[in-house]
Design a protein. Structure first.
Length: 310
C-alpha cells in the first residue's frame, strides 16, 4: 500500500495522539532506544518514512497496528505501554489535577480475542477523532478496541478516549509432564533434555518398574521404547498406565521392526487395544511433541480419542 506524502513540518495533531506518542517514546527508552534513535527505529518497525515517524513522535496519528508493532518488536505487552501515564510535561500544561476516575472492568478486543482488562475513561470523543483505542459501553459492560474492532458493538453509542488501560496478566500455561522410558540411558536423557529445552517437564526412566512403582500418576504423557532390556516388551507398562490414566497420550518408539527384533503382532495389539501412537526411530522431536500436544488438547477439550484405525 502506498503511503501518502506528509509534511514533516506540520504540528502535532491532538492531545490523544500526543499521549500515545509519549507512551511509545517512553516504552522505547525503557528498552534501550534513546530519543535520538527512536524515529529511525519506528520507521523501520512500521515500514514508514523517518519524517512520518518524527511526526508521530510529535503527536501525529498513530494506527493501532503501528502501536502493536512497536510493542511486539521490543517484547512488551499493551499493558506495559498504556499501563503507566506519560509524564506531566508530555500531557500538556493546564490539565486538571483532580483525582482520576476509578478503573472500570472491561473487555479488550484484539486480533479476534477478548481479554479481561481495566480501563480509565477519558473524555467523550468528537466526530472525526481517531485515537488508537476507544471505549464503548454495550451489553452491560465496557469494551475497548479500535474503531474498527468495536464497529459491531453498539455503533451508535458514544465513544470515549482511553485514559489508562491495564490488561490482566495471562496465566502461564502448564507445561506438560512427560515420562521418557528407554533402557538406553543416553537416549532417554537426550530426549528428556530436548523436551525440557522446549519448555516441557520431562523425567527419564531406564527401568519400567521404577515408573510403575510410583504411588500416583505424576505424568501427563508417556514416550516409551517398545523393546526394553533383555528383549522385554513394554506391553505390561502400557497396560499399567492405561489402567490408571485411560486417556493419557502414550507414544511408542522402536527402531527394531525392520531387523525383526520387535514383534509387529505385539505392536498391532497395543495400537488396537490401548489407544497408543507409534513412531519408528529416529523420530523428529518436534513431530513427537506435536503428536503429544494434539492428544493433550483433545483431552482438555473433552474430545474422544481418535480410533486406532482412523
Amino acid at each position: 500500500m502506498d503511503l501518502p506524502h506528509v509534511d514533516d513540518t506540520e504540528p502535532a495533531d491532538d492531545t490523544a495522539h500526543a499521549e500515545t506518542a509519549a507512551a511509545v517514546s517512553n516504552l522505547l527508552a525503557r528498552h534501550g532506544v534513546p530519543p535520538r534513535n527512536q524515529a529511525a527505529q519506528i520507521a523501520q518497525i512500521c515500514a514508514i518514512s523517518i519524517s512520518q515517524a518524527r511526526r508521530k513522535l510529535r503527536g501525529a496519528v498513530w494506527l493501532f497496528d503501528e502501536v502493536r508493532a512497536v510493542c511486539t518488536h521490543v517484547g512488551a505487552g499493551l499493558d506495559e505501554l498504556f499501563g503507566a501515564r506519560p509524564p506531566a510535561a508530555a500531557r500538556g500544561a493546564g490539565r486538571s489535577t483532580s483525582p482520576a476516575p476509578a478503573l472500570q472492568p472491561a473487555r479488550l478486543h484484539i486480533d479476534g480475542l477478548q481479554l479481561d482488562c481495566s480501563v480509565r475513561l477519558g473524555p467523550a470523543l468528537t466526530a472525526g477523532a481517531t485515537p488508537a483505542l476507544v471505549a464503548r459501553y454495550a451489553e452491560g459492560q465496557w469494551h475497548v478496541g479500535t474503531h474498527a474492532a468495536l464497529q459491531a458493538i453498539a455503533p451508535s453509542s458514544p465513544h470515549y478516549a482511553v485514559d489508562h488501560l491495564q490488561v490482566q496478566p495471562c496465566r502461564e500455561p502448564e507445561r506438560p509432564r512427560v515420562a521418557v522410558v528407554d533402557d538406553d540411558r543416553d537416549a532417554a536423557e537426550a530426549l528428556s533434555d530436548w523436551l525440557r529445552e522446549s519448555g516441557w517437564q520431562a523425567q527419564p526412566y531406564t527401568q519400567p518398574q521404577a515408573l510403575m512403582a510410583e504411588p500416583a500418576p505424576v505424568h501427563d504423557a508417556y514416550v516409551i521404547d517398545l523393546i526394553l532390556a533383555g528383549g522385554q516388551t513394554s506391553q505390561a507398562l502400557v497396560e499399567h498406565i492405561r489402567a490408571n490414566q485411560p486417556h493419557a497420550p502414550i507414544v511408542l518408539l522402536t527402531g527394531q521392526l525392520r531387523e525383526g527384533r520387535a514383534s509387529e503382532a505385539t505392536l498391532a495389539t497395543l495400537l488396537r487395544t490401548q489407544d497408543v501412537t507409534f513412531f519408528e526411530k529416529p523420530v523428529r522431536p518436534a513431530v513427537l511433541m506435536a503428536a503429544i500436544q494434539s492428544s493433550l488438547d483433545r483431552q482438555r477439550r473433552g474430545v474422544a480419542p481418535l480410533p486406532a484405525d482412523a
